[in-house]
Design a protein around this ligand. Structure first.
Ligand code: ADP
Length: 202
């Protein structure tokens, strides 16, 4: 170990960076940030995509409301302040993963441009891929996977995105996928083909 003036050590003083981790893993790290209404298909697509990438040797991490709200963010509710803090922490987690070379796949409604832009700023624009899961409200409500639309229509849930709270579609997403008239596998394949070109190391 060499000593620099001022007792600063040059050996081991450089923290390993994203490039080192990516080289180790043989991939390029991105944060895939899916946005869309509840029931649009984010989680379904993410699960298929993750299995496919995993089978091909890519290291990924799927992040969704279930695994974040139950742990890291369990002290947060649904006030505007808590929603902002929820996304801030999720974005910081994404940053830790991408700095470690890992590809993250996020499934959060993230309904406003402001929320998504704050996540992008924390993660870093160069690693952030905004994917709009573009399923019309009527289709999401017809699917009503978790029965949430029915509850919201009955007034049991307030500020439900798409009904009494706005969803702002991205103006210029990295990719928009549709799900109507497609199988989940077909939609996941659309995302896979877009992503694969970016994450594979030449
Ligand atoms: P979200 O995570 O956006 O709330 P989910 O993935 O939980 O949505 O639910 C989407 C529902 O839509 C699932 O029941 C899924 O089977 C159905 N679905 C139908 N077609 C598609 C498609 N092409 N892509 C994704 N999901 C689809």
């Amino acid at each position: 170990m060499k000593e620099r003036p001022g007792n600063i050590f040059t050996f081991h003083d450089e923290v390993l960076g994203k490039e080192d981790k990516e080289a180790l893993l043989g991939q390029r790290a991105y944060a895939v940030w899916m946005t869309g209404l509840s029931g649009s298909g984010k989680t379904t697509i993410a699960k298929i995509l993750e299995r496919r990438l995993h089978a091909e040797g890519f290291l990924t991490r799927l992040l969704d409301g279930d695994n974040v709200r139950d742990g890291l963010n369990r002290n947060l509710g649904f006030t505007a302040e808590d929603r902002a803090e929820n996304i801030r922490r999720i974005a910081e987690v994404n940053k830790l993963f991408t700095e470690c070379g890992v590809i993250t796949i996020n499934c959060f409604v993230s309904p406003t441009k402001e929320i998504r832009s704050s996540a992008k700023n924390i993660i870093g624009a160069e690693h952030f891929l905004e994917v709009f899961v573009d399923t019309p409200l009527e289709v999401c409500e017809f699917r009503d996977v978790k029965g949430l639309y029915k509850k919201a229509r009955r007034g049991e849930i307030k500020n439900f995105t798409g009904l009494d709270a706005p969803f702002e579609a991205p103006d210029n997403p990295s990719l928009a996928v549709t799900t109507e008239g497609k199988t989940p596998e077909q939609t996941a394949d659309d995302l896979y083909r877009f992503l694969h070109a970016k994450i594979k190391r030449k």
